[in-house]
Design a protein around this ligand. Sequence first.
Ligand SMILES: [Zn+2]
Length: 240
Amino acid sequence: MPRSVRPRTERLRTEALLVRRVPFGEADLLVGLFTEQGGLLSATARGARRSSKRFPALEPMHLLRVTLEIRPGAELAQLTEAAIERPRLRLAGDLARLEVAGRALRWVREIAPAHTAEQAAWHELNGLLDRLDGASTASPQALLAETGLRLLIAFGWGLELTQCVRCGRACDATQSAQVDPARGGLVCRACGGGPLFLRPEPRERLLAAMLGDAPEIPEEDVPIALELVEGALTAHASGG
Ligand SMILES: [Zn+2]
């Protein structure tokens, strides 16, 4: 008999974050995992709803270590093991921090390409969760805004805040800039402008935050920073 040419199942053991969990079938869970080694993956956790003993660690926010079996061509992997590698108990017990963490996890769930390792995004997201779990005095919203700007860079969509994305003209350092996050950054008036205005000082501070040069985004810049991030993410999530 000829040898089987059936492609082999790959076993992936990796750190992971739970980004989604929904009931599946009678006893299973469908989970979305953002993994260090394989990026965004969907998997079934068999029997997870019948017995909580099977996968006691399937909780969001904590750093998990999972084992997945991935059959070539199959859309869903199979989760065979999950353990908590590093618990984030302080984060898990604080509603304001949880809300912020949930928003960041949702961003990654919506924009990360499937089955593609995204190391930079992995480190940004875990860095945020660690800071939310730590003793940081920065506001959760400020940490989220900074992470959002840097996640955009990690996914290759960093906002251009120094020159017009259409004609390349540098922005006058003393002038307010018009920004269209869906088009990737500044758009000068001659090129049609954008829906958001960014004053010179916040622009400098957000640029520093994107480069990791700033201690933290000041509270007054958080709303515009989050608007920029959400605007860019929405454009990319809808296939823009
Ligand atoms: Zn222009």
